[in-house]
Each structure stands twice: as structure tokens, then as C-alpha cells.
Design a protein around this ligand. Sequence first.
Ligand SMILES: [Cu+2]
Length: 186
Amino acid sequence: MKRHPILIPASLLALALAACGPAPDLEEGPAAPVAPAAGSPAEAVPVAGQEEGVTVRDPWLRQPPPSAGVSAGYLLIENPGAYADRLLAVETDAAERVEIHEMDEVDGLMRMREIEGGLEIPAGGEVALQPGGYHLMLMGAGEGVVAGRHVDAVLVFERAGRVGVTFEVRPPGASAAADRGQAHGH
Ligand SMILES: [Cu+2]
């Protein structure tokens, strides 16, 4: 079955967007995939002994606004390996379903939609899921998604397979920049 843009009633979209956080702030920089940090990934060839798999940093969820039931999830995915990978799905008992979303601007309005075919994590690079950019959308988030709690999930990658992750739930107003410091406290 072909994927199609999600049609969401305006009232629900407003709530969902609230869950996604404020419109991107110039101070937070570009929301696009982060370019590979070093080296020449275009010339990347498999190197014996090079680390495989993916690494996840600073996974967190934003507590949904009251009665919204939609939470946004953020994390940094690093792929030190020599092959591109792809985040295909996210599984958790804490929500009815998890979608992988991207934001784009249409007529001056930020709109989000599900990424078709999963989110590519380039070889030797990383992708940030952060407010205003790529994010996870937990539809039907349960009562366990409350600030201060932790939510277990499994990220399903095309190459790396199933990767367990524990999201820290932060208050509805939490933003990426403000949380950098405390993110490394555990
Ligand atoms: Cu979304």
C-alpha cells in the first residue's frame, strides 16, 4: 500500500505541533541532517576493523500537553560504520504507535509528515532528531509518558537491527538547547 501524507484535523494538528515544540529557532541552527563530522564520507569504503552499528545519544521525550496524548521524541543517532543505515521503525509499550516525522515549511507554516521508507543515517555521519526538525511522534502516548519517568523503546534499523533505548521524559516546555547540560547526568 502506498504511503500518503497524513491528514490530521486542524484541531489535532495544533496539539500535535505543540508536542513538536516551538517553531525552529535560529539559535538552534539547522534542523537538517548533520553532515558527517570528519573525513571524506563520499570516498568511504569498508575498512577492516571499523566500528559497526549505531550509537544513540541523549534520547528524550517531551511530556504531552494535557489530554493531547501525542508526544515527540528526540535523540542523536551516530553511525560510525562504513555503510549507511536506516531507522525503519520504533517500538514501545508507552504509545499506540510511533511515527518518524520530518518538518518542512509550506507557505510560511511549519508542517510535519511521516518520512517514507525510514530515516537514513549516513555512513560515518549522524542525524539529529531535535525540536523543529526530524522527530519521533508517539501517537496515543500513555500515562507513563510523564516528566521524570523513563520510557523503554526499541529502534529498528535496516542494518544494525534492534537497538534498545531508554528515553528520559522531560516537561512539556523542554527544548533541546536548555537540556543539553542535564542530558549527561546519568
Ligand atoms: Cu510530528
